[in-house]
Design a protein around this ligand. Structure first.
Ligand code: NDP
Length: 402
């Protein structure tokens, strides 16, 4: 039996549940639990209709370790797939340890009262997971996730030593709203408003948010977009695990309308994470803003265009300098037709399913807490091609990056 418990029932979960349901020989039993059980039931209904598979559902407050322990002990899964929010990472890891169950997530822990995401807290679980003979796989989405595996794949097959890394995340999609986020608005806005950090000469260098931009032309006619340098969590693990990296940067595309709205919202305090008094109630501005914005899980039918996410790596091969670009292009409407979601949820949910599959099949199974690049990239790369995220390599691409 390979039973998985999936926690969270938002945009990414919708994809993970569908993709797991498509592989009954690997995922024999799927249980979906979240804060709002009605959302689990809605996903389960679609899966029943599409694949005639029954998904059991449950209500859970994943901030509560005792509640989680009770549910995990009842369900007895092999693995918990955490696609709730980064705030729940540690409680779910604690519950997995208590119940003797493996763990996987797509985003690193972030304390709710400090907009600061780093691996420190989760890496501290290394000894506990090792001692318990359990595995925790961190960041099995696209970025982090597939981008870590792309880097590991290039380092293994194309280079003797990697020296620079530029991760480029372009969303050429349009949902037609003046302002909406493609994944959880609170997490997205916290990430985008954070100071930029990039790796240079053996240390992280801090610069103001969105202070460096350049134009990037994607392959396969996806288009030309402005990409902005920002901090992203995989830079922390990749620079640790590839100490030959002299520079590592992360770039993301943003449209003018998104940036204009974000600037105004920042200026008026709507992105604040500290509670304020309002007519006798305490409200957190960013949580109130989230309630006003469109749900990312409902953007699927109206999002058109493509994503293009990949890594440009330079380094040495046989004593010579080399540059290689590896990327995936995904069409929003193709994703919607397959699983009812836009491509941002899809490109996150498919690697989460594949990471779980690697663990269930024993291809990636070792006690401890691991980032994706620490595993053998080859079986994961094969599965990206098989399950909806085919990738391509351009040797010596003809673009110059900052
Ligand atoms: P959503 O906001 O759409 O979904 C989050 C889900 O978690 C909701 O169903 C929510 O419940 C549930 N949840 C929140 N708090 C709790 C709780 N205390 N107990 C139980 N359930 C809870 O987010 P997304 O699907 O867009 O994102 C999911 C995760 O994926 C996030 O951690 C995000 O950072 C990560 N991500 C990773 C990417 C990558 O490439 N690595 C890219 C995009 C996202 P309710 O419906 O009741 O609010």
């Amino acid at each position: 039996m390979s039973r998985v418990l999936i926690i969270g029932a938002g945009g990414v979960s919708q994809v993970v549940v569908h993709k797991c349901a498509q592989l009954p020989e690997v995922f024999t039993d799927i249980i979906l639990a979240s804060r709002t059980e009605a959302k689990c039931k809605a996903i389960a209904e679609q899966v029943k209709k599409n694949y005639d598979r029954t998904i059991a559902t449950a209500e859970i407050d994943a901030d509560s370790v005792p509640e989680l322990v009770q549910l995990i002990n009842k369900v007895k899964p092999f693995l918990v797939i955490n696609v709730a929010l980064p705030y729940q990472d540690l409680t779910i890891m604690d519950a997995c340890l208590e119940c003797g169950v493996h763990y996987l997530d797509t985003a690193n822990y972030e304390p709710i009262d400090t907009a600061k995401f780093e691996y420190k807290w989760q890496w501290e679980y290394q000894d506990k997971f090792k001692a318990a003979g359990l595995m925790a796989l961190l960041g099995s989405g696209f970025d982090p996730g597939a981008t870590n595996v792309f880097t590991a794949y290039l380092a293994k097959h194309f280079f003797d030593e990697i020296q620079t890394l530029d991760i480029i995340d372009v969303n050429g999609g349009d949902h037609g709203y003046p302002f909406a986020t493609n994944f959880n608005p609170e997490i997205n806005i916290r990430e985008v408003s954070a100071e930029c950090r990039h790796w240079e000469n053996n240390e992280f260098v801090t610069t103001p948010p969105m202070s460096l931009k350049q134009s990037f032309s994607c392959p396969e006619d996806v288009g030309t977009y402005n990409i902005y340098r920002m901090y992203h969590e995989e830079l922390e693990s990749l620079t640790k695990h590839y100490p030959t990296l002299q520079r590592a940067q992360f770039w993301m595309s943003f449209g003018e309308s998104y940036l204009k709205h974000l600037e105004v919202l920042n200026n008026v305090g709507m992105t604040g994470i500290e509670a304020i008094e309002f007519e006798g109630h305490k409200i957190v501005p960013i949580q109130f803003l989230k309630a006003l914005l469109p749900e990312p899980s409902l953007l699927g039918p109206r999002t058109h265009g493509k994503t293009c996410i990949g890594c440009v790596v330079t380094g040495l091969k046989d004593g010579k300098q080399r540059t290689v670009y590896i990327y995936n292009v995904k069409d929003h409407q193709d994703c919607y037709k397959e699983v009812g979601s836009q491509a941002i949820s899809y490109t996150t949910g498919v690697p989460a399913m594949i990471g779980a599959k690697m663990m269930l099949e024993g291809k990636w199974m070792q006690a401890g807490v691991w980032n994706m690049e620490q595993m053998d990239p080859d079986p994961f790369m094969e599965d990206l091609n098989l399950y909806g995220l085919p990738w391509h390599v351009i040797d010596e691409p003809n673009f110059d990056l900052l």
